[in-house]
Design a protein around this ligand. Structure first.
Ligand code: SF4
Length: 376
């Protein structure tokens, strides 16, 4: 654990906080994109340790949170069919669709199974040739290579009973959409280190240039995030807007080229709906025509399924950094991790769940949550 401990070292964190306080002379609003980064910030109380002129807002980087409601409804529809085995990551089972969640469909007899990788879903397809196995393939650039490999492998092994229900989203178009919104208050971004491990830093340079906004690729430990904040503050105070890489132990400029190639082989860029936010042009991935036999949306004719977001959930504004979870009237009352109204309260990466679990629990168990961060 020595390596991780260094990135949680209190002395280093205090030194970084002192440096941030000295450097930050003006008010700045910074957005961390990734839900994993949000959880670290909440878990270690970093936002409360920063000087009051540095405000952190939370971005749309939780893959479960931004998966459109109709994708969940399509998964529910598929899971209800007797010939289908619906396979997913565990987080997705509790995400509420329009009328139910996958747990409820499973309880009613649907064959819903949890896996840790899409190749496990492929294994289930090999073991059950008489059934149709559908993998709910969601996520950012980070999970796209593994999902692409599963589709590629299925095609090359001629496994005909496997398909993917895809909802893949891309970070740079989301940042572009945030920056073009008239409500945007963000002065600098902490870009997600794991996405950049796959895609590299290059595609963020156009964003930094076009919007004159500094972007620092950051890691996920408290020292990573404090260092990323310091780099942003230094740039902002000097009037600079460059891409910098704090997460050098994982990210290089080009990213993982073989991973990018397999994604390019199987998927193509398309307009994508983000839950609560709406359609962002060229912000998602869909299965290419050549791999259409593995695209569940085409095979099962699911395009006609549409859905409306519950009016009570303000996750769209939370995911754009315009509101904090605690601004939502339902937070901690009608919406809790045990009874979520919206995806940001379900996912382990969701901002609402982070606020609830680590200290914004209206029931007063914040101290308890800090002592046992996994408890919810
Ligand atoms: S607290 Fe619940 S209802 Fe409110 S924004 Fe978060 S997920 Fe939606």
């Amino acid at each position: 654990m020595k390596y991780l401990d260094e990135y949680r070292d209190a002395h280093i964190a205090r030194a970084l906080l002192t440096e941030i306080t000295q450097q930050a002379r003006q008010p700045w609003v910074l957005m961390e994109i990734c839900g994993g980064q949000t959880h670290t910030i909440m878990r270690y109380g970093l936002d409360e340790l920063l000087p009051p002129n540095i405000e952190l807002v939370h971005g749309p980087g939780c893959p479960v949170c931004v998966t459109p409601l109709e994708t969940i409804d399509k998964a529910l529809e598929l899971a209800s069919r007797p010939e289908v085995i619906l396979v997913s990551y565990g987080d997705m089972l509790r995400v509420p669709g329009s009328h139910a969640d996958l747990f409820q469909v499973k309880a009613a007899g649907g064959d819903v199974r949890v896996v840790y990788s899409p190749t496990d879903a492929l294994k289930i397809a090999r073991q059950n040739p008489e059934r149709k196995v559908v993998f709910l393939a969601i996520g950012f650039e980070t999970t796209a290579p593994a999902n692409a490999i599963a589709v590629w492998q299925a095609k090359h092994e001629r496994i005909e009973n496997f398909s993917v229900l895809v909802s893949h989203v891309l970070v740079p178009p989301a940042i572009r959409a945030l920056m073009t919104s008239p409500d945007c208050r963000v002065n600098g971004f902490i870009a997600p280190g794991h996405v950049c491990t796959v895609m590299g830093c290059g595609e963020y340079e156009a964003l930094a240039r076009d919007f004159r906004v500094p972007i620092v690729v950051g890691g996920f430990e408290p020292v990573d995030l404090l260092e990323a904040i310091l780099l942003l503050v230094r740039q902002l105070e000097k009037g600079e807007s460059r891409v910098e890489n704090q997460y050098v132990r994982s990210v290089n400029y080009q990213g993982n080229l073989p991973a990018q190639r397999v994604v390019e082989e199987v998927f193509e860029i398309a307009d994508q709906k983000w839950r609560g936010i709406g359609i962002i042009p060229r912000s998602g991935l869909r299965v290419r025509e050549e791999y259409g036999d593995y695209d569940a949306s085409r095979i099962f004719h699911l395009a006609s399924i549409t859905a409306e977001e519950p009016a009570e959930c303000i996750s769209a504004r939370v995911l754009q950094g315009l509101k904090k979870p605690t601004d939502c009237p339902a937070f901690g009352m009608r919406c809790t991790p045990h009874n979520p109204l919206g995806a940001p309260m379900v996912s382990s990466e969701g901002a609402c769940a982070a606020y609830y679990n680590y200290r914004r629990n209206l029931c007063g168990s914040a101290t308890l949550a800090r002592q046992s961060p996994e408890a919810s």
